[in-house]
Structure formats: structure tokens, C-alpha cells
Design a binder for this molecule. Sequence first.
Ligand code: PMP
Length: 359
Amino acid sequence: ALRIHPDIASLSPYVPGKPIEELQRELGLARVIKLASNENPLGPSPKALAALVGGHDSLHRYPDGGAYRLRQALADRWKVSLDHIILGNGSDEVLGLLARTFLAPGDEAVMADQTFVIYKMEVTAAHGKAVIVPLVNWTHDLDGMANAITAKTRLVFLCNPNNPTGTMVAADAVARFMAKVPDDVVVVFDEAYLEYVCDPHFPDSLQYVTQGRNAIVLRTFSKIYGLAGLRIGYGITTPEITNCLNRVRPPFNANTLAQRAALAALGDDEHVTKSRAVNAAGMQQLERGLRALGFAAIPSQANFVYFDVKRDGRRVFDALLREGVIVRHIEGTMLRVTIGQPDENDAFLASLKNVLQST
Ligand code: PMP
């Protein structure tokens, strides 16, 4: 018989959505709109696309395992030295490296609920114990999280802005929190949505890294840079933690095309600025539209909005899907919708209005 560790048995496989073309065929629709995964509706930077073309002649070679040029560019951007940067096959992979590096069986990792689901998955897969602290007012309960730290705690995950709620914790709250966290606990600041943040009170989490605290700041090229399909993200952390993570990092985890595209994308501020503007306008459009339908979106600093649809969210999700609009049902009556282009946002709002009659 197959033997599997109970920790692994306790996990459920991630259920991927159907390919868009497949759905379109199945539903007999001319257009399916995907607002489910917090991707950039404008796509990648044209400079990143151009850089991909230049990468084809070296695909028979392994990637640069040290990702020298990209790490150097990131180090310059964040004003740290090269040994502060670690790349991942998406920031997802860096989360996995953190769990494998710092957790022995039974060690604890403190995280919120609801937050990004991968934390719990990676901690459990590494045979650690996820210690869950519920959100308060849809926001991280930093006092609760500090109180949840024990002698067994090795990691704390702070998703800021938080997925799926879009809420953020401000600089002063983070400073109070960091003063309470023991120095041997690694604090993970997951800032996948940093570039969308408008609130001036957002913390400068990098300061904790440069002060030499055991902290890591995670960023990604999957969101505002529009490169989710290439899988590339990174951590900015102390040289000591980089060195630890590099012991378990697969040597060629950042592929050639991803390195090239990310480097070019990093040099395209125009695309980032445009993406941010499209997001800000789309946010207003969705908030206004949801309000007109009687729903209040939780104020979001990210590229998605979370709202209570006040009826079975699964049924609304399914009904929207039949109309060709894919959103994310998180739990109960809560749905998350990614901000799209103006016509996509309108299509979502129109479909939502339609399906409310039947759900
Ligand atoms: N962190 C958060 C909060 C996210 O929402 C996501 C993407 N859904 C990731 C990390 C992972 O991003 P990626 O692996 O594509 O870099």
C-alpha cells in the first residue's frame, strides 16, 4: 500500500481553473473574462516581450543559476548589495524555501486567516504547524499574532496588502509588532501587491532587513509586471538568510526567459505607471458599481476587491461562470474579483446584476 505522511494527507491539491479556450467552447460563449487571479489586465510590458525574443538562442543552455544581471538590477533598485537578493520560480517558491529552510517537524509558523493559502500549504508540507490568528475587521491582528508566538515559532507571515482582503497594516502598527517579535523569528513580509498601494502609511518593511532583523520582503513579477506565466519572484533579505535559503534552492529555479523578461520589465517604469492608473480607475469603477448593487467592497490597496455578496457565494460564482465571468469564491458569502480593463469591469458588473436575480 502507498504510505503517505499524515501532514501531506491533510492537504488538498490546488484545483486549477479550466483553460479559457476550453471554457469558451464548453459554455458556447464568444468571450470569457478572467478576473480570478489578480493578474495585470494590460499584460506584460512590451519591453519584456521584446526581451523574450532575444532569449531563444540560448535555450539549450542552463539558465544563469546565480541570475547575476537580474539580481544586480534588483539590488540597485532596492539599494542593497547583491547578497540580499534571492530569486524564486514565482515568490511561491521562496515561500516553500522558507518553510523547508527554517521549519523542523513541529515548529510553528504564525499566519492569519484569511490570508494567502500557500503559507499553510508550505508550512504543513514541511511538517511544521500553522498557527492561525483570525483577521479582525478583515485586517491582520498584529497584537494577536505577536501573542501567538511561542518558543517553537520560527516564521511569521504578514501578507501586506493581504490577499484576499486587500487590506493593509500601517507602518506604526508594524513597528510596534516588530518590537514584540523575538529576534530569532523570521518575519516574512509578503508584498506581492506593493506596487498598487496608494496609502502613504504603508510600512517601509525593507528597513527591518537593512537593520539586520531576521526578516524577508517578498516581491513578484506576476502582478503589476504582468509576467505570472513566466514564474518569477524574489526575496530581499539579510545575506545570512540568503545564504541559508540558497542551501535548499534548486540551482536553476529562475529560468532563462523569466530572468530576461523580468530584467526588461524592471526597466519599464512607464508600463508600471500605466498599470497603476488603470487599476486605480478600475477600483473606483468596481466600488461604485458594487455599491449601486447594494454591496460594499472592503477598502483595498491591491488590484482586487473583496466583498460580501450576501448569499451563497459558490452559487454566485457558478452563475457568473456560466455568463463567462470568472471570479474567485473564497468562502461563505465572500467573493474576490480582480480589477480588469474598463470593459471587463463593466461586463462583470452587468453579469453580477443578472445573476443576482437567480441566486
Ligand atoms: N503572495 C501573494 C499574497 C499572492 O497573492 C501571490 C499570487 N497569488 C503570491 C505571493 C505568489 O505569486 P508568484 O508565485 O506568482 O510570484
